[in-house]
Structure formats: structure tokens, C-alpha cells
Write a protein that binds this ligand. Structure first.
Ligand SMILES: Nc1ncnc2c1ncn2[C@@H]1O[C@H](COP(=O)(O)OP(=O)(O)OP(=O)(O)O)[C@@H](O)[C@H]1O
Ligand SMILES: [Mg+2]
Length: 230
């Protein structure tokens, strides 16, 4: 089935998600309707356990909802085979996490090159990774290992890694959760710039200062959208 709106990069229709844990089931999302278009800059807020990370994983097709439909570039993801889904997903979305998730034994440059290695020759991947590192202002640190970088720098490396495949949507799960306020502000400047250039960004956060950077705000409570401001 195709979505009838091709402007939506990702579209969630009547999405419910329940985690089954043996005898216990946890309803993490309920009745979610959401459309993401080019240039969206969305803050997702809500108490711990309200479903923010689950929502990001479903938007990024890392998880298939237990009920409802998710369309990526107009195509229903539950109708794709695994290979199609992996291909589409890797061209459309990219993730950034609170704890950076860099490989400690690799240099900054090598970490950023990882997503490109399956599809590009080494020299091309290196050039492209250098360009991403330049975007986040860290080309001069490319030979440093994560342990030789500050927290803010490590997060910028993880953003560079997320940018290498030129995603349409960046999904950031509490990206500034481990950073002090001035480092957070520097990081938000980078995200603001990327958004101005057309990248759609969705940030799950507890920090209301981040919300002021966004052009849309979604508040979750017990897995449901209780407030939405555009
Ligand atoms: N893999 C999982 N298996 C079982 N239950 C899960 C799983 N992931 C999340 N949950 C449950 O789903 C609900 C929503 O969790 P989620 O991680 O999406 O919340 P969150 O808003 O991101 O919270 P936080 O602010 O603490 O990161 C919670 O009740 C949580 O316990
Ligand atoms: Mg979370």
C-alpha cells in the first residue's frame, strides 16, 4: 500500500506499540498520528517512560509497531522485505544517542567512515567522512580516539557519522543529556545549521531549552500525544 501524500518522509497512522515481557505487557505508544516533512525540527518531550525513545525507534523503522501503519517515503514498511527495509532505512534516517556509541579502538575518522564502508571504496569513504567532520568543525581532531576527545567533541563525531549517508531525518535521543549547558548550546548551533540546510531533525529531550530551537513540539504522556504545538 502507498501513502497518498508524497511530501511526508515518514508518516505514522494510528500507531500503537506494546512490549510483551512474558506475562506482562507494556503499552509504550498509543494512537500516534505524526507526519514528518522536509525541514521539520521537532522536540519530543515527556516524563521518563512516556515513550519518547520508542517513538524515535518506530519513526526510524528500527521497530515495527504492534498496530497501525508506518510509511517511509510513501511506502508501507510492514510490506517490505528485510533487505528493502534496511536499504530504505539507511538512506532516510540516522540516529544519534546520549552516550555517543563510538567505537573506542577506532579514530574519529574511522568511526565516521563505518557507515560508508559497505558501499564505498576506502579513499572515497575517507573523503566523505572528512567532509562530515568538517561540517561539525572537527577535521583537525580526526586522528584522535574517542577517549582523547571531550564529551561535546565525541557527540559532534557521532553527528558527523550520522551525516555521512546524507539522511533525510536525524533522530537524536537525548543528544545533550551528557553535556554541560555551554557544550549543549554549541551542539544545538550545529543542529540548527543542519536544519536550516533542510535536514529534518527530531530530538527526544528532557531539556526545555532545546525545545526553543525547534519549530514543532510534541508532548507524550503514557505513550500518547497530549500536546502538539506547531
Ligand atoms: N525493549 C523494551 N522491552 C520492554 N519494555 C520496554 C522496552 N523499551 C521500553 N519499554 C517500556 O516502554 C515504555 C516507554 O519507554 P521509552 O524508553 O520509550 O520511554 P522514554 O520516554 O524514552 O523514557 P526515558 O526518558 O527514561 O528515556 C516504558 O514503560 C518502558 O519501560
Ligand atoms: Mg528514552
Amino acid at each position: 500500500m502507498l501513502s497518498n501524500n508524497t511530501e511526508h518522509i515518514v508518516e505514522l497512522k494510528n500507531v500503537y506499540h506494546t512490549y510483551e515481557m512474558g506475562e506482562v505487557s507494556v503499552r509504550a505508544l498509543k494512537n500516534i498520528e505524526l507526519e514528518i516533512t522536509k525541514g521539520d525540527y521537532i522536540a519530543v518531550v515527556g516524563h521518563s517512560g512516556s515513550g519518547k525513545s520508542t517513538l524515535l525507534r518506530i519513526i526510524g523503522a528500527l521497530e515495527i509497531p504492534t498496530k497501525g501503519e508506518v510509511y517511509m517515503c510513501g511506502k508501507a514498511i510492514n510490506e517490505m522485505n528485510t533487505k528493502e527495509l534496511i536499504n530504505l532505512r539507511s538512506n532516510v534516517v540516522s540516529f544519534v544517542y546520549q552516550d555517543f556509541q563510538l567505537l573506542p579502538q577506532l579514530s574519529a575518522l574511522e568511526n565516521v567512515m563505518i557507515p560508508l564502508m559497505p558501499m564505498m571504496k576506502y579513499d572515497l569513504a575517507k573523503k566523505s567522512a572528512e567532509k562530515s567532520l568538517e561540517t561539525v568543525g572537527l577535521k583537525l581532531r580526526m586522528n584522535h580516539k574517542p577517549s582523547e576527545l571531550s564529551g561535546g567533541e565525541q557527540q559532534r563525531i557521532s553527528i558527523a557519522r550520522a551525516l555521512t549517508r546524507e539522511p533525510k531525518i536525524l533522530l537524536a535521543d537525548e543528544p545533550t543529556g551528557n553535556l554541560d549547558t555551554s557544550t549543549r548550546d554549541q551542539l544545538m548551533e550545529i543542529l540548527d545549521d543542519l536544519n536550516k540546510k533542510g535536514l529534518s531533525i527530531i530530538i527526544a529531550t528532557h531539556d526545555m531549552q532545546i525545545v526553543t530551537h525547534c519549530n514543532k513540539y510534541i508532548k507524550l504522556k503514557d505513550g500518547e500525544i497530549v500536546r502538539e504545538i506547531q
